[in-house]
Design a protein around this ligand. Structure first.
Ligand SMILES: Nc1ncnc2c1ncn2[C@@H]1O[C@H](COP(=O)(O)OP(=O)(O)O)[C@@H](O)[C@H]1O
Ligand SMILES: [Mg+2]
Length: 220
């Protein structure tokens, strides 16, 4: 059975004056251990899809199963726990908290998940080392380069040892060299940790280095 299975997903945003239908009956399966690239033009619904898979938003209809968990029927509390324990999310903008050090930012999901302060900081130091940032734990986000900030965000996403890794244009703001480094590190974490990864990217070169490419197109 696939690790991730999205069936007949439909999503329309109704908060605006005119409803925005993003997609209808979208189907996606990702095998355990697979690294999938999601590509497609801006506005097609890549971020929306990732948000639904990661439990940040809910579809209007359809089902999402992650490793035998039915995400779509979870209560709000269950969803929060699911995200904290089982999903690592990285966005295009690092969203690090500026008043906390790199190590504290990485430890944050542990504190939320009720690991002790010391335990979470110890784990954070290990994660930073895994991302090649062992010397940067005491630095604040604005003392780091864009690539380093994204690596801290990846360390934070993986702190609770999730099995599902979701990244939304994680290299979208980086130059070529920093992009390549961030991608290499994601690949490394993916293999070493036995992750199942879904990565939205506009970079065809990086997409081609994933195991498979899922292209989102205009429906009809
Ligand atoms: N919170 C929202 N409210 C209303 N419309 C939204 C919202 N988020 C995204 N959209 C719209 O949904 C469509 C898909 O957006 P998105 O998933 O961000 O696309 P992509 O990531 O592929 O660029 C776009 O037309 C966008 O304007
Ligand atoms: Mg997007």
């Amino acid at each position: 059975m696939p690790f991730l299975q999205a069936r007949d997903l439909s999503k329309t945003y109704r908060n605006a004056e005119v409803p925005v239908q993003v997609f209808e009956n979208l189907n996606l399966e990702v095998e355990r251990g697979e690294m999938l690239a999601v590509v497609g033009p801006s506005g097609i619904g890549k971020s929306t899809l990732l948000h639904l898979i990661g439990g940040l938003d809910r579809p209007d209809s359809g089902t999402i199963r992650v490793d035998d968990r039915e995400v779509t029927t979870m209560s709000t509390d269950e969803l929060a726990r699911f995200r904290n324990r089982h999903v690592g999310f990285v966005f295009q903008f690092h969203h690090l908290l500026p008043e906390f050090t790199a190590a504290e930012n990485v430890a944050m999901p542990g504190w939320i998940g009720r690991i002790s302060r010391e335990g979470a900081l110890k784990k954070a130091a290990e994660m930073l080392a895994e991302l090649g940032l062992e010397a940067r734990g005491r630095h604040f986000p604005n003392q780091l380069s864009g690539g380093e900030q994204q690596r801290v965000a990846i360390a934070r996403a993986l702190l609770t040892d999730p099995k599902l890794f979701l990244a939304d244009e994680p290299t979208g703001n980086l130059d070529l060299q920093a992009s390549a480094r961030v991608f290499d590190l994601m690949r490394e974490c993916h293999s070493k940790r036995g992750l199942t990864s879904v990565i939205v990217t506009h970079n065809p070169d990086l997409a081609s280095r994933c195991d498979r490419v899922f292209e989102m197109k205009k429906q009809r």
